[in-house]
Structures are given as structure tokens and as C-alpha cells.
Design a protein around this ligand. Sequence first.
Ligand SMILES: NC(=O)c1ccc[n+]([C@@H]2O[C@H](COP(=O)([O-])OP(=O)(O)OC[C@H]3O[C@@H](n4cnc5c(N)ncnc54)[C@H](OP(=O)(O)O)[C@@H]3O)[C@@H](O)[C@H]2O)c1
Length: 336
Amino acid sequence: MVSNSSLIFAKAPTEFPQPGQHLKKETKEFDLDQSLPEGSVLAKTVVLSLDPYLRGRMRDGGESYVPAFDKGKPIQNFGVSKIVKSANSAFKEGAHIYGTQDFSEYIVLSGDQLKGYKVLENKENLPWSYYVGVAGMPGQTAVYGLKQIAKLKKGETIFVSGASGAVGQLVIALAHSVGAKVIASAGSEDKVDYLKNELKVEVAFNYKTESTEKVLKANPFNAYWDNVGGETLETVLNTISEYGRIVACGAIADYNTPNPYGIKNSFQVVAKSLLMQGFIVLKTDIGDFYDVIPPKIASGEINPPKEHIVKGIDQGEAFLDLLKGANFGKAVVSLE
Ligand SMILES: NC(=O)c1ccc[n+]([C@@H]2O[C@H](COP(=O)([O-])OP(=O)(O)OC[C@H]3O[C@@H](n4cnc5c(N)ncnc54)[C@H](OP(=O)(O)O)[C@@H]3O)[C@@H](O)[C@H]2O)c1
């Protein structure tokens, strides 16, 4: 027997989730010698991803693009785990696997659950944490939105909000790789320094201390990568160039309030002939992502991502940090 800690969904919040109240840590005994049903595996979690969309799953049922979490059960998200014991010939002992799993130290995955899983070959020998960030779902998000919606050309400029995070970092790298310029916003001086000095962003600013409107009026831009929604989106609609493209990726400014910001100028989409398109990366075809992105990271063509790694299962503190911007880089829970 070993002890197995999990992060449990206890109660739906109306605003920011409070550690120990809406999310709780629970520790139970776990039998490493249990007999496994045919087709299943027993695995030890290596890393788990913390992503803003999890906040939307902390609700009392109802329709959405992802199901609500079950109360009293572990929350679930993308993770990399190492197989300890296998009753499935396609998933061998010792292999690292990627997919959606319980937020627990040890897991048993049925044959059905494994259908959504990928065995990570990791020929490039990247840190496993990259597979829940730049080489995982957030990376797939950046690649899809830029290629299919922003369609940036050399010489154009894109404004990226939430720019220092998991998705933003790769959006910036890919925009630069096609010869586009980047305006980027983030919520602290450290993050702005990183955007300027490490990611070589042409214009970076702290949206908490500088006027977004002033910066955008002074720096014409053709495309907007929207990670935040709300007032920033309203300002963008007023300042983006004619025929601009808006990639509606997320709206974190509205995730923790029962009163989302009411955009008042949506007619600018018509007046400026804008294209605005949203997408859910889980419903897209990721194509050759795994053949392209990990080698580019290994070769240095894409900078190593900045990560915010937290050790061990907590009571939801690290998730609250992510929602409040206290993370600096891709938020990952490491159980190594
Ligand atoms: N459409 C899809 O399929 C898809 C897939 C993945 C992610 N997303 C979305 O993409 C966005 C970025 O995700 P991520 O994983 O890269 O997260 P992240 O940027 O690593 O972390 C979230 C960041 O949001 C910023 N933030 C929090 N509250 C804010 C507010 N009121 N206004 C402006 N910024 C705020 C904080 O940074 P600051 O310090 O800069 O405020 C925080 O660090 C999220 O909206 C997420 O839901 C969408």
C-alpha cells in the first residue's frame, strides 16, 4: 500500500475558488499490487497541468463545451504518467503516457480511457513538463489559432494579451518566426521584462499600470490574440486596423465573476470588416504537431518555455495563483 493524494472538487465557487473550500486535498491508501482488469494500466503521475479552463468545470452541472467536475471526486486534467503495471499490450510498463487523468498521484486507467491516450516517445528527451505545455494542449492552441485564424504575414503586427503564459509564449515565438512584430501585455514588471528581454517582443507593457488604449493607438496592429476578453477586447475593437483578425482564445478576465464585462462596441466588427473567430483546441485536428514542435524545441528554434512548477498536490493554492496571475509561465504540478 502507498498513500495517494488527490485534488478534490468540493463545491462550485461564484468568484475565485478558495483553497480548502472549493478544492480540497484528500489522501487515501492505494494498492500497488491490485490485480488489473484486462486492457487497463496502473500508473504513477509525473506531471499535471493547471489550465484556466478548469475553472469553468467547477460548476453545478449544466451544458458547456466540457462537462462539469463531479463533486467529491478528483478534478481531471492533462497529465503525463509513467506506467507501473500493465494489462494492455499497447501500453508497456515503463512507458510515459499523456492524456486526461484524475489529479492524483496514482491512477488506474481502463482500456476505454486509454483510447484517448498517447504514448510519448520523447525522442528529443525534453522535460516531461513540456508535454503539458508548449508540447501539449497549450502549444496546440497556439499553433492552431495562428495558422487557421490569424494567418499572419511577414511585416504584420499582432497584439497578444496574457502574453507571458503557456499559450502566449508560443504565440509570440511563432509570430516572430513568420516575420511578424509583436505587441504584448502582461500583469507585472517581471513579466514585461521577460517579454522584452527573453522573447524579444517589439512592444511590451504592463496592462495594470499603463493604458492599453494609449499603447494600442500608438502602435498599429493587424491581428489580436485574445487570452483575456473583457475590457481589453473592447479596447482592441476600437484600435485594431481595418480587416484585422481576432483569435478568440480565452476570456480569463471573466472566468471568476458572476458579472462578465459587457462589450459595448461589437459593431466595430462590421465597421472595420474584422474577422473574429473562436475555437476549442480539443475539437480541432492537431495534424503533425508532435512531429514538428518537439524537434523545434530541441533544436532551439523555439526557446525553452518559461515554466511555473509547483511540487505536490495542494488544496488548490497553485490553481488560484494561476487565475490571479501569480504564476509566471506555464503552471505545472510536478509529482516527480
Ligand atoms: N480556446 C482554447 O482551446 C484554449 C486552449 C488553451 C487555453 N485557452 C485560454 O487561453 C488563455 C491563456 O491560457 P494559458 O494556459 O496560457 O494561461 P496563462 O497565461 O499561463 O495563465 C493565466 C494568466 O492570465 C492572466 N490573467 C488573469 N486574470 C487576468 C485579467 N483579469 N486580465 C488579464 N489577464 C489576466 C494572468 O497573467 P497576468 O499577470 O499577465 O495578468 C495569468 O498568469 C486562457 O484564457 C485560457 O482559457 C484556450
